[in-house]
Design a binder for this molecule. Structure first.
Ligand code: 0O2
Length: 226
């Protein structure tokens, strides 16, 4: 769809002043778009904090350990659009890139991941767009996490705007593994060998086993108090 907010990956002209105009116009539209994502991200953070508060009052413990969020940077957005063959326009980005706004919810136990996901998805103004359960079906490298793409309403002075947010819900053990794997895999000037991949895969198995044992322990402790 042609849109007057369309902008190109590279300025069409160089030094006649038009490029500057392009940059000014582009960054304003880009800034507006990213601000919707930022608001959607804040909205989601609040919803998770509210759920945590409620569970603490109701059950005496917090299922969520931490909530973190991030907005994609312009360069990472450009890289993803290029990789996915998505034209670099406001409309195309909104339609095709789901993780401009990302919220990561780190839970204590595996069961908490699903409790929090279900509680969120029950909210009647949240629309589930996509769900990937890498806990039930881990990636071949061992990565585990529950991914949801949802649309959340952002209330502006001009009306309601449904905005997409990527939510990753995982346990502390899953997050520990994913953070280290990400650091090791993307470390500059190193070669990631088959042996390293195998070692990481085995660490992922250990982390999954740890989650299961801690969950069993939690169930036993709960049982003793009933
Ligand atoms: P960053 O900087 O972490 O955000 P989609 O269009 O959403 O269906 P995509 O983007 O492949 O396709 O989605 P997927 O598979 O749900 O993964 C998106 C994000 O999950 C990644 O974001 C990572 O954050 C995380 N992730 C997925 N696989 C792995 C993995 O094997 N290891 C680790 N450490 N993280 C993983 P980005 O885009 O990498 O960037």
């Amino acid at each position: 769809m042609k849109d007057d907010t369309e902008f190109q990956m590279q300025p069409q002209t160089s030094d006649d002043g038009t490029a500057m105009e392009w940059a000014r116009k582009t960054s304003k539209e880009f800034a507006k778009l990213m601000s919707y994502y930022r608001c959607a991200m804040l909205e989601m953070e609040t919803r998770f904090n509210v759920l945590n508060e409620e569970y603490l009052l109701e059950y005496g413990r917090s299922p969520i350990n931490t909530v973190k969020s991030r907005l994609k940077t312009l360069s990472s957005l450009q890289e993803k659009a290029k990789r996915r063959n998505v034209p670099f326009t406001i409309d195309a980005i909104e339609d095709n890139i789901n993780d401009n706004a990302g919220v990561r919810v780190i839970c204590v136990f595996p069961e908490d991941v699903y409790t929090i996901a279900d509680a969120l998805l029950q909210q009647d103004d949240i629309i589930l767009i996509k769900k990937k359960d890498y806990i039930a079906s881990p990636k071949t490298n061992g990565y585990r996490s529950l991914h949801l793409i949802v649309a959340v309403p952002v209330f502006l002075s001009t009306g309601k705007r449904m905005t997409k947010v990527e939510i990753q819900i995982r346990t502390i053990a899953m997050d520990f593994w994913a953070s280290l794997e990400h650091q090791l895999r993307y470390k500059q000037n190193t070669t990631f060998t088959e042996e390293m991949a195998q070692e990481l895969y085995e660490c992922a198995q250990l982390s999954a086993a740890l989650d299961t044992r801690m969950d069993n322990l939690r169930k036993s402790v709960k049982g003793n108090h009933e």
